[in-house]
Write a protein that binds this ligand. Structure first.
Ligand SMILES: Cc1cc2nc3c(=O)[nH]c(=O)nc-3n(C[C@H](O)[C@H](O)[C@H](O)COP(=O)(O)OP(=O)(O)OC[C@H]3O[C@@H](n4cnc5c(N)ncnc54)[C@H](O)[C@@H]3O)c2cc1C
Length: 379
């Protein structure tokens, strides 16, 4: 490669790619829409899997830095019913293959590992035009433009690069998450902190649930899940936080107060996250000089895989380019073939997991799922 690889998006996937390329002596330019690394809190804990995210971090030479970020005890999980009865309670014995780290801290070690100015902040891609021979001209919101021989769309769910390869558009899956935070919980929200425990809580019923995570610093991070139509969701005005929270809480009438407090006593306004997905088998025919990774390629419901897969894509693509610098098209084909098949099966699994969390048999369906998972890990 004689010209830098051009990566759109400084999420976990794009940064992992830039780092792996750089380790192989290949330059990369990352263009990111946000104004700076601090423009948005990169909230939330991520469990980093030993068969995907951790492999990527090893390829990026950052596994020790990653280990220093692990939130001890964070792999504990609990399933509760709506009356806060504990149906399953698994502690973190430190041996699980999915340690938890804070997303912002993880992004931080990737950013710090890159040469200065690798990421160009405040560069929102607004247009792409093919210029022949695999070259693409990119235009940014600030009016600047650049032409590249190798373009990678790592720009997430609503990728601006994706239309060069595919007509697919993410569809609403019928589930919405409403995100909220509680702070200083051991003092101010003791009953709720005790219900959540030191890891992840899943309190579920048919069609709805309360998911929460204990984070470092006495914080609870909650996603309230509702299987509701887009029209039903559109009826709630999320710009009026207090009224929206009251409306959402009304759907949990009769649930244990320790659980509904995650909605009614939240310290942050409710943020709507409607869950969208690309088709499970999303793929495209090779187009010279461009590819996708992460959510841009395979947006799927959140079931704990998305960030892990984005990083694995970044690492695998970086290694493929490094292995064939003289034939980038062959490198992209090798990367895409493997990525299409692993993401199709992960996407099918993600839909199944979300469905069984909120199925007509919830919470039993989720308890059975956890027990099966543990059984297969033991046997
Ligand atoms: C509610 C929720 C919970 C989740 N929980 C988990 C979890 O526990 N574990 C897990 O593994 N995954 C989880 N995910 C999925 C995970 O967040 C994504 O799969 C992951 O962030 C994808 O990484 P990415 O690098 O592909 O894209 P992103 O993280 O979306 O990064 C894309 C980057 O591109 C930038 N960008 C976008 N458009 C442009 C543009 N036009 N020009 C320039 N830059 C642009 C964005 O600002 C962003 O920085 C969750 C998702 C949701 C919605």
């Amino acid at each position: 490669m004689t010209t830098p690889v051009t990566i759109i998006g400084a999420g976990l996937g794009g940064l992992t790619l830039a780092r792996v390329l750089q380790l192989h002596g290949i330059a990369a330019d990352v263009y990111e829409a946000e104004a700076s690394a601090m423009a948005r809190t990169q909230g939330g804990m991520l469990d980093i899997h030993d068969d995907s995210g951790q492999l990527a971090l090893s390829a990026a030479g950052l596994i020790n830095e990653f280990r220093s970020l692990i939130h001890e005890g964070g792999q504990a999980s609990r399933v509760l019913d709506q009356h806060a009865r504990v149906l399953l309670d698994e502690s973190d014995d430190g041996k699980g293959g999915r340690p938890e780290v804070h997303r912002g801290a993880l992004r931080g070690i990737l950013l710090e590992s890159l040469p200065a100015n690798t990421v160009q902040w405040g560069k929102k891609l607004t247009g792409v035009v093919a210029r022949g021979d695999g070259r693409h001209e990119l235009t940014f919101a600030d009016g600047s433009s650049v032409t590249t021989k190798l373009l990678v769309g790592a720009d997430g769910a609503w990728s601006k690069v994706r239309p060069l390869l595919s007509d697919a558009v993410p569809d609403y899956v019928g589930t919405s998450f409403i995100e909220m935070y509680l702070h200083d919980v051991d003092v101010r929200h003791k009953a709720t902190a005790e219900a959540v425990g030191c890891g992840a809580l899943f309190a579920v019923a048919p069609g709805q649930g309360v998911f929460a995570h204990r984070e470092p610093g006495s914080v609870l991070h909650a996603y309230i899940a509702l299987n509701r139509s887009a029209a039903w969701i559109a009826d709630i005005d999320f710009s009026d936080g207090a009224t929206a929270a009251t409306r959402v809480a009304a759907e949990f009438d009769g649930w244990a107060p320790a659980l509904t407090a995650l909605i009614t006593d939240a310290d942050s306004p409710p943020v709507l996250r409607m869950i969208h997905a690309l088709p499970n088998e999303h793929r495209w025919h090779r187009v010279a000089g461009v590819t996708l990774l992460g959510d841009a390629a395979h947006l799927m419901p959140p079931a704990g895989d998305g960030a892990n897969l984005a990083m694995l894509d970044g690492a695998e693509l970086g290694k493929a380019i490094a292995a064939r610098p003289d034939d980038v098209e062959a490198a992209l084909s090798t990367y895409e073939d493997a990525m299409f098949s692993r993401s199709a099966s992960a996407a099918a699994g993600a839909h199944e997991t979300l469905d069984l969390c909120l199925s007509a048999r919830a919470p039993l369906s989720l308890v059975e799922f956890f027990e099966q998972m543990r059984g297969s890990q033991r046997g």
